[in-house]
Design a binder for this molecule. Structure first.
Ligand SMILES: OC[C@H]1O[C@H](O[C@H]2O[C@H](CO)[C@@H](O)[C@H](O)[C@H]2O)[C@H](O)[C@@H](O)[C@@H]1O
Length: 663
């Protein structure tokens, strides 16, 4: 409980939420059975449930015991993103099983960008299914559905479907159908529409008492029109067999996660993180969102609130590294297709982020009618960072393709790097050759103007390095002598201007004394060995000056042109774990890793940042960055432990094997 709303229920901690999805969109469900965040049918559709961002005005969909004091405890069904909430009282117990049906988790790489995302392969609609079952005694249940279309900006109407089969809700151009399946014969079943004076969004309230063994399903789908939504409620959703769909959905998730090759310490954490990452993939195009939410604050009550429902090349390629190292490669294949479909011909026109269908314009707008999570305003949709210049993305894209190739990705799918993808890579490398020396906004998307960020330069070096390796190993057309010369120039430039000998650290930008946690990536990308004295002392300086009292890492502490402060950045703390592990400081690494894990939510999920002093999760949730880094750190720790046990030499890191530069 982190903040009190005067009218309604309190705001819950960000990481208290369970998350479900169908690789089109994702929903956040509280332990009291309330869907408090939901954009349907796609990640970037206007939210119809946004109580998370305004506890008073925002819509929600709650299935819970009528006695609101009965607590719910959530867990995921083994190896899946199917969420189960158990409500237990003296007189009865009920299980609520929440899922979004999937028949396959495969991306559809060949559908292009303007496909139909509303229906599934078999023509039926994507939906949320909530199965409720009384497993013991008796349980009076209350269901409240208050949809607030268009981020609670539009009024809506509710009409009952024939034979009390459910309701149809329309507003702001959005149309929903809720089907109540299996309740009509129960004598206690009642359904009514409630609208208080002045409320532009009526609610539907359903009451029913279930006895042991009785089971109901609530299925919520979206239609393109009110008529289509009515058809859903009165026909399609009642014809579907949700028990079979649950079994199929479970099978899909379990089959997907079973193909991960990781067996070792922290396996359950790694598995949960992989499942969380898969939730962020957008099957129709192969895009990957940074998180399925917007505007969960980086400071409670602050203005650092951003929309993450887009595809950053950086976040997405980092996601693919993590999945790749687990042996999960389908996502990288889909992503390379998405990448090739983007509308750009030269490096110049490559944006740092896109919409999930490849949209280039993501205008940033403030939703002034929403009060924000715990009063954190403004709530923003869209993201102005789309027009920023961030030179690191070239290295990230090339490194991702490099790793995918090295893992045998192309051969596995009968594809090749030669052809359009190599043309694209070559264009990117050529662009880096021309522009690496220019200042940019940096990895953190700082809004205060261009600088010569060290990490951006290092990733320009990575772009050249990976391009050269591919060209040499596959005998591809490239201006190799120029590329090699530029690669060496960049490295020399960084070592001269990016390392401050007085401070004993790589700095945030050239000529600067500020530290930046992104420099913890330098050994991870193979720019410098982890035990190079310059890297060792950079790590020490970061531990001294860029951490909180729990040893968690801030991304930077320098002025970024924005008001307020933020928490420690979880991905950065995991990078510190990696560095410690790679330096052979395994006990320190393990202890930091485990401390960090203790800040996960009850379901093993993380947001972007942590305010450890107040024990709160901050920022969008669940965030890909954090789960990517958790996976990499678990693997790096295991490698370091094995190395320690076997007295092995030579650090092994997630993306690059430093002791085998030929690969
Ligand atoms: O700090 C200001 C910036 O914050 C956001 O960027 C952060 O999130 C991105 C998505 O995970 C990540 O790629 C980036 O490295 C982070 O700094 C926000 O999206 C930006 O608009 C904002 O300027």
């Amino acid at each position: 409980m982190v903040g009190m709303n005067e009218f309604n229920r309190t705001y819950l901690p960000i990481n208290a939420y369970g998350v479900i999805g169908d690789c089109h969109s994702a929903l956040l469900i509280a332990p009291d059975g309330s869907v408090d965040w939901g954009c349907l049918p796609d990640f970037d559709s206007p939210a119809i449930f946004c109580r998370l961002l305004d506890a008073d005005q925002g819509g929600f969909f709650q299935v819970a015991p009528a006695d609101a004091t009965i607590p719910g405890i959530q867990r995921y069904l083994r190896g899946s993103n199917v969420l189960q909430t158990r409500f237990t009282s003296i007189s009865g117990e009920m299980l609520l099983t929440d899922f979004m049906p999937v028949e396959t988790l495969e991306a559809w790489p060949y559908r292009g960008m303007d496909n139909n995302t509303w229906t599934r392969e078999d023509g039926s609609c994507h939906c949320l299914v909530r199965i409720v079952e009384c497993t013991h005694g008796e349980m009076p249940i209350q269901v409240t559905l208050k949809a607030t279309p268009n981020y609670a900006a539009s009024p809506s109407d509710i009409s009952l479907a024939s034979e009390n089969k459910g309701v149809v809700i329309s507003g702001g151009g959005q149309h929903l159908g809720l089907a109540v399946v299996g309740a009509q014969l129960l004598p206690s079943y009642s359904i009514k529409v409630v609208q208080e004076e002045g409320d532009r969004n009526p609610s539907v309230v359903i009451n029913v008492t279930l006895s042991e063994g009785e089971r109901l399903a609530f299925a919520l789908g979206v239609g393109r029109s009110a008529q289509a939504a009515r058809r859903l409620v009165e026909d399609e959703l009642h014809r579907r067999n949700f028990n079979v769909e649950l079994a199929r959905t479970l099978h899909c998730w379990r089959q997907w996660v079973a193909s991960s090759n990781y067996r070792g310490p922290y396996e359950e954490w790694v598995q949960r993180s992989a499942l969380a990452l898969k939730l962020m993939t957008y099957a129709p195009t192969g895009a990957i969102v940074a998180a399925p939410t917007t505007s969960l604050p980086e400071e409670l009550g602050g203005l650092r609130n951003w929309d993450y429902r887009f595809t950053w090349l950086r976040d997405a390629t980092f996601t693919l590294y993590a999945l790749n190292v687990l042996g999960l490669t389908d996502e990288a294949r889909a992503f390379t297709h998405w990448l090739r479909n983007l509308t750009f011909v030269e490096g110049e026109a490559l944006q740092i982020m896109y919409g999930i269908r490849g949209e280039r314009d993501l205008p940033e707008v403030e939703l002034s009618h929403l009060s924000g999570y715990c009063g954190s305003r403004p709530v923003r949709i869209g993201n102005g960072a789309a027009k920023q210049k961030q030179m690191d993305v070239f290295g990230e894209v090339l490194d991702c393709i490099h790793l995918y190739r090295r893992q045998g990705g192309f051969e596995r799918y009968g594809e090749t790097l030669q052809g359009p993808l190599w043309d694209l890579m070559r264009a990117l490398v050529e662009h880096v050759c021309e522009h690496w020396h220019e200042p940019d906004n940096g990895i953190w998307e700082v809004r205060g103007g261009y600088r010569h960020y060290v990490y951006s330069k290092v990733m320009c070096w990575v772009a050249l390095d990976r391009g050269i390796r591919a060209a040499q190993q596959l005998n591809l057309e490239a201006d190799l002598s120029r590329w090699m010369m530029v690669r060496d120039q960049i490295r020399a430039d960084i070592l001269t201007n990016g390392y401050n000998t007085e401070l004993g650290a790589f700095t945030q930008s050239y000529g600067d004394t500020a530290l930046d946690a992104s420099n913890l990536l330098l050994p991870l990308v193979g720019f410098i060995p982890p035990d190079d004295p310059r890297m060792r002392s950079t790590v020490d300086r970061i531990m001294e000056k860029l951490t909180d009292e729990h040893g968690f890492v801030y991304r930077y502490l320098s002025d970024d042109g924005l008001e307020g402060h933020e928490g420690t950045f979880a991905i950065c703390t995991f990078w510190l774990v990696d560095n410690l592990a790679m330096q052979g400081r395994v006990d320190e690494a393990r202890s930091l890793f485990e401390r960090l894990l203790s800040y996960a939510g009850p379901l093993g999920l993380f947001s972007e940042e942590i305010d450890a002093s107040n024990k709160v999760a901050l920022g969008n949730y669940p965030q890909a960055f954090t789960h990517i880094a958790l996976i990499n750190s678990a693997l790096n720790l295991r490698k370091a432990e094995l190395r320690q046990a076997e007295h092995h030499a030579g650090p092994v890191v997630a993306a690059i094997h430093l002791n085998n530069q030929q690969r």
